[in-house]
Design a protein around this ligand. Structure first.
Ligand code: NAD
Ligand code: MG
Length: 389
C-alpha cells in the first residue's frame, strides 16, 4: 500500500485500520505536506521503502528525525516522486488521501499504472472528470470509493459494474447539514473559522469541514458520484439527514431502496476499500439501535446552502466548469480560514469565478490542460478575494 497524505485525517485512519491486520498489509510509501514529525513517527513504525515530502528542507528534517530507520526509508521530494511512488510496479494499492486538486497527478499516475485506487481525494476526480475515468479504464485500474456516501452506494450495488445501469433508478446522497443547519442565515457573516470547522458528527480535515458547513462538500460529492457511477445528474439527489446514520441510498429500478448504515467513522469505508470484496475489522463501534432517538430527513434549503446547485450547473455546462468551481472553492475556503473573507463570501467567490471563466476555451484534453485551467481559475478567484478583503 502507498498512502498519499498519510498524516491527514484519512491517512491516519487508514494506518489505524491496517495496523489491525499486520499480516495482511505492508506499507510501501507514505507522504506528507506538513507535520513532518508525524510522518517520521509513521516511518519508524511502518518502515516504508519511500517517504515523500514537498521540499529539500523538509527532506533534511525528516532524515534527521528518522534515526536508525533512515537506512531503510528513502526520502524523496516533490510531485514527480509522488507519481513515481503511486505507479511503482511493486505497489498493489494506493490510498489517495491528499486534499485538493494537488492530488490529481499522483491519482492519474496510479490509475494509468492499473493500481487498486482507494479514492478519498474527491477534488481529484472532480477536476479530472472524464480524463480520470478514461485513465482508470485504459490502465485497467480498480477505483474504490472511500467517501462515506459513495462507499455506501458502492456497498448497495452489485460488485459487477456492468450491471449498474439496469439496477439503478436514482441515488440519494445523505448530508448532515453541517454546523449551520439551523443557525439564522442573517448571522452567517459572523461565522468564524473555528465555528465552521466544528462539525457535529464527523472529525475531518479543515478544508472538508468548511465544505460541509457550506454544503459545497455535497456539491463536490454530486460531481464525484456522476463520475464514479456514470450517472446523469438528474439521477443524483441530496437529502439532509442530521443523524448521519444512513450514509446514502440507492433507489432501484423496481422502487426498492437500499441503504448502508453505520456509526460516523471513516474507518468503515476505509476498511471496505482495503478488503473489498471481503470484510475486515475496522475498529469502528457498532450502531446502538436502542439508543437511537430517531432518523429524520429534510430537503436541503437552497437559500441557506446556495452552493449545492452549482454542482448541477457545472455538470450541465462546459467540460472544464467543474475545474473552475473546484479551484475557486479551494481558494475561497483557504481565504476564509486565513480570516481574509467572510463565510458567505465563499459562495460569492465561487459564483464570480464561474461567471468569469465558465465555458472558457476548449475542453481540457490532458493533465496539462486541466492544471492550466485550474491555475487560471485560482488567479481569478484570488482577484475576487482581494476585492472582498
Ligand atoms: P487533511 O487536511 O486532514 O489531510 C490532507 C493530507 O494531504 C495531509 O497528509 C497533508 O499533509 C497532505 N497535503 C495537503 N496539501 C498537500 C499538497 N498540496 N500536496 C501534497 N500533499 C498535501 O484532509 P482529510 O480530511 O484527510 O481529507 C483528505 C481527502 O479525503 C480530501 O479530499 C477530503 O475531501 C476527502 N475526505 C475526507 C473525509 C474525512 O473524514 N476526513 C471524508 C471523506 C472524504
Ligand atoms: Mg462524504
Amino acid at each position: 500500500m502507498v498512502i498519499l497524505g498519510s498524516t491527514g485525517s484519512i491517512g491516519v485512519s487508514t494506518l489505524d485500520v491496517m495496523a489491525r491486520h499486520p499480516a495482511r498489509f505492508q506499507v510501501a510509501g507514505l507522504s506528507a505536506w506538513q507535520r513532518i514529525d508525524e510522518l517520521a513517527a509513521q516511518c519508524r513504525l511502518w518502515r516504508p521503502r519511500h517517504a515523500v515530502v514537498p521540499t529539500d528542507a523538509a527532506a533534511a528534517r525528516l532524515r534527521a528525525l528518522l534515526g536508525p530507520a533512515e537506512a531503510e526509508v528513502e526520502v524523496l521530494v516533490g510531485e514527480g516522486a509522488l507519481c513515481e511512488m503511486a505507479s511503482d510496479p511493486e505497489v498493489d494499492s494506493v490510498m489517495a488521501a491528499i486534499v485538493g486538486a494537488a492530488g490529481l497527478a499522483p491519482c492519474l499516475a496510479a490509475a494509468q499504472a492499473g493500481k487498486r485506487l482507494l479514492l478519498a481525494n474527491k477534488e481529484a476526480l472532480v477536476v479530472g472528470g472524464a480524463l480520470f475515468v478514461q485513465a482508470v479504464r485504459a490502465g485497467g485500474a480498480t477505483m474504490l470509493p472511500i467517501d462515506s456516501e459513495h462507499s455506501a452506494i458502492f456497498q448497495c450495488l452489485p460488485p459487477d459494474a456492468s450491471r449498474w445501469p439496469a439496477f439503478i433508478d436514482r441515488i440519494i446522497l445523505t448530508a448532515s447539514g453541517g454546523p449551520f443547519r439551523t443557525r439564522d442565515p442573517a448571522s452567517f457573516t459572523d461565522i468564524t473559522p473555528a465555528q465552521a470547522v466544528a462539525h457535529p458528527n464527523w472529525v475531518m480535515g479543515r478544508k472538508i469541514s468548511v465544505d460541509s458547513a457550506t454544503m459545497m462538500n455535497k456539491a463536490l460529492e454530486v460531481i464525484e458520484a456522476r463520475w464514479l457511477f456514470d450517472l446523469e445528474p438528474s439521477r443524483i439527489e441530496v437529502v439532509i439527514h442530521p443523524q448521519s446514520v444512513i450514509h446514502s441510498m440507492v433507489v432501484c429500478r423496481d422502487a426498492s431502496v437500499l441503504a448502508q448504515l453505520g456509526t460516523p467513522d471513516m474507518r468503515v469505508p476505509i476498511a471496505y476499500g482495503l478488503s473489498f470484496p471481503e470484510r475486515i475489522e475496522s475498529g469502528a463501534s457498532r450502531l446502538d439501535f436502542s439508543a437511537m432517538a430517531g432518523l429524520s430527513f429534510e430537503p436541503p434549503d437552497a437559500t441557506r446552502f446556495p452552493g449545492l446547485r452549482l454542482a448541477y450547473e457545472v455538470l450541465s455546462g462546459a467540460e472544464g466548469d467543474s475545474v473552475v468551481l473546484n479551484a475557486a472553492n479551494e481558494v475561497a475556503v483557504e481565504s476564509f480560514l486565513e480570516g481574509r473573507i467572510g463565510f458567505p463570501h465563499i459562495h460569492a467567490v465561487n459564483v464570480a469565478t464561474l461567471a468569469a471563466l465558465a465555458g472558457a476555451g476548449r475542453p481540457p484534453a490532458s493533465l496539462g490542460d486541466l492544471l492550466d485551467l485550474d491555475a487560471r481559475s485560482r488567479d481569478v478567484a484570488r482577484r475576487h478575494v482581494a476585492r472582498l478583503s
